[in-house]
Structure formats: C-alpha cells, structure tokens
Design a protein around this ligand. Structure first.
Ligand code: DX5
Ligand code: ZN
Length: 208
C-alpha cells in the first residue's frame, strides 16, 4: 500500500493545528515537514521548536526532510521531539556518516534525499545502511513547482538495482504522475500543493 505524506509547507501556517487535524481526518499516513535553512536552499521554514509544538497535535508519524547544510547540528533536537522518519541530503556527503551514527540510538528511520540533478549512483555506498531514499522531483526550496519526470526515473533505477528499502518521492506530485510513481516502486508520496489546494480527503484518496 502506498503511504501518503502531506507536506505542511503548503498548509496555512496561521492555523497549523487545524491544518494537521484536517489531513489526519482526510486519511494521511504521516506528516511531511520541510526544514530549510536559507543556505542549502534559498528559503527558511521550520525548526525543532515548531516541530515540538505540533508533536502535541497528532499521533501521526512525523517525516522531517532536512534541507540544511549542517544537519548534524540539529539532528538531536529533531530526534528528541519523537519523529519517525528523518532525511538529510546526499549532496552533503561529509555529514552522512556522523548522522548515521547519531540516529542509531533512536527508533527513527533514516533516509537520504537526492536532488534532481544528482546522479543516483551517489547513493550507492549508503544503500545497505539506510531505511529509505527520498527522490526529489523538483528543486528543493518551495512548494507548488512543476514535477520533473526525468528525476522520477530514479525510482525505477533504484528498484532495478535491488534497493529493498522504502522509496519516497517529493515534489510536484498529483493524481496523474502518482500512477507511474507507484508502478515504478514508490512507497511514500509527498504532496503539498495538490493536497492543500483541493478537498484534502479526496486528494489523498486520489493519490493512493
Ligand atoms: C520542496 C519540498 C516539498 C514540497 C512539496 O522543497 O521538499 O516537500 O513541499 O510540495 P509540492 O507537492 O507542492 O511540490
Ligand atoms: Zn520535502
């Protein structure tokens, strides 16, 4: 079964509690939280303070996607909140081993996210040690961008190469491109704009 992870980047931040309740009621499987530092990506969003506040709102699993240059500095603050999935970017190579080490003491799945222009081979030396790959199908930084089909082919490539972990896809996902993503072997679909600009329950059902 495909898991649906609404990205709260497209939610109304003036009422996060009711937005999270809405996706919970609509059948979401987890909450995708986009963490940006204004350095790795040209945008600033959410930190551990806000993640800790919204942890009280729902029991849905939290999926924190760290688009930050220094994930090792903030790993513990995020993990200590009680999150179920955490990903950092494979482009920040020199921090991966340290973060892999840090996550060992937690019951949190560890993933590596990969930008559209980064070759899938850059994941090779980590694939047997990570729980999931997050394939980006837009340039990270903003919601509501156009889906990049070419980047999505990494899902098929990872499966061809025998990757047994979870594959999450993130960026520009709608009911049309979701069909092929599932066929190629995606397990988790992230969607922000598509879910929050439609009837939430119906949009989640269409993606699944
Ligand atoms: C982009 C983020 C995505 C984004 C997805 O940097 O990682 O999670 O919120 O939003 P949509 O579905 O609107 O592309
Ligand atoms: Zn994301």
């Amino acid at each position: 079964m495909t898991l649906i992870a609404p990205s709260i980047l497209s939610a109304d931040f003036s009422c996060l509690r009711s937005e999270i309740k809405k996706i919970e009621k609509g059948g979401a499987d987890m909450v995708h939280i986009d963490v940006m530092d204004g350095h790795f990506v040209p945008n600033l969003t959410i930190g551990p303070v806000v993640v800790s506040a919204i942890r009280k709102v729902t029991d849905l699993p939290f999926d924190c996607h760290l688009m930050i240059s220094e994930p090792e500095k903030y790993f513990h603050p995020f993990l200590d909140v009680g999150i179920q999935y955490i990903s950092m970017h494979v482009e920040i190579k020199d921090k991966i081993e340290k973060c892999l080490d840090m996550v060992k003491n937690y019951d949190t799945k560890f993933g590596l996210a990969i930008n559209p222009e980064t070759p899938v081979e850059s994941l090779n030396s980590y694939l047997d040690r990570i729980d999931f790959v997050l394939v980006m199908t837009v340039h990270p930084g903003f919601g509501g961008q156009k889906f990049m089909e070419k980047a999505s082919l990494k899902v098929a490539k990872l499966r061809e190469n025998g990757f047994k972990g979870l594959i999450e896809v993130d960026g520009g996902i709608n009911e049309k491109n979701a069909v092929n993503l599932k066929k190629m072997g995606a397990d988790i679909l992230v969607a922000g704009h598509f879910i929050f600009s439609n009837d939430v329950e119906k949009a989640i059902r269409m993606l699944r």
